[in-house]
Ligand binder design. Structure first.
Ligand code: MG
Length: 233
């Protein structure tokens, strides 16, 4: 019996990764006088990975990594005007409108009538709270959790704080690595809804072969799926 459904936010409820890719492309163009665009992109990714432990996920960390990338590719010779443009790219990224994915609002509306819904997202606290508030989806959630990471231990803590038995919990998300695998290892249920673009750091090359795992192509299939899933489990 499922009682609680967890939702990832970025690229599950609203568009996220394409906005980051757009900012990254603009950065690569801005720094193309120093290094070829593909190389800048690679340096940005390794800078982000090196900073992950220190800064965590999210928009502000991304902006700091863009600035550091400019210093790295130019051997510290990048001019102040370019740094100004990079912080500007970061601010426009943070200020973007929130675009909901198709069918999200209807699915949440239907599911919130029967289940407790929680939002479980990682990233920058201020940025994620702002996006949630802009999304207008806050009212469907019983609890909002902005996590520092989405590993098994983070989910275990979340479920234990909220007194949710893993067997009653179903997590929905676009990232196999962050939304699916850790929940399955805890004995929870998981539904993968892929998005067309996945951040390199979240990419996995195989889907789990697990009785509590399902892949759906769109979120509007979710209410019906969960209803029939409960009958079959
Ligand atoms: Mg996501």
């Amino acid at each position: 019996m499922i009682t609680v459904i967890g939702f990832d936010a970025d690229d599950t409820l609203w568009v996220n990764e394409p906005n980051y890719l757009e900012a990254e492309k603009a950065l690569c163009r801005l720094l193309s006088g120093w290094k070829p665009e593909a190389e800048v992109s690679g340096i940005l990714f390794s800078t982000e990975m090196a900073n992950l432990e220190l800064y965590g996920y999210g928009a502000k960390s991304f902006v700091l990594s863009m600035v550091e990338t400019a210093l790295n590719v130019s051997n510290d010779r990048v001019d102040a005007q370019t740094i100004r443009e990079i912080t500007g790219l970061g601010k426009s990224l943070i200020n973007r409108d929130v675009v909901l994915l198709e069918g999200v609002e209807e699915a949440l509306q239907q599911l919130s009538a029967r289940y407790r819904l929680i939002l479980a997202t990682k990233g920058d606290l201020v940025d994620q709270e702002r996006k949630l508030s802009k999304s207008g989806l806050e009212k469907y959630f019983h609890h909002i959790e902005i996590m520092r990471d989405k590993k098994e231990a983070n989910y275990r803590r979340l479920l234990s704080h909220l007194d949710i038995p893993a067997a009653e919990f179903l997590m929905v998300g676009n990232s196999v690595k962050s939304d699916i695998l850790p929940v399955l290892s805890l004995g929870g249920h998981a539904v993968h809804i892929p998005f067309h673009t996945t951040w390199q750091h979240e990419q996995t090359d195989h889907l789990p072969d697990h009785p509590l795992f399902t892949e759906l192509s769109t979120i509007d299939q979710l209410p019906q799926f969960i209803a029939s899933y409960e009958i079959n489990h």
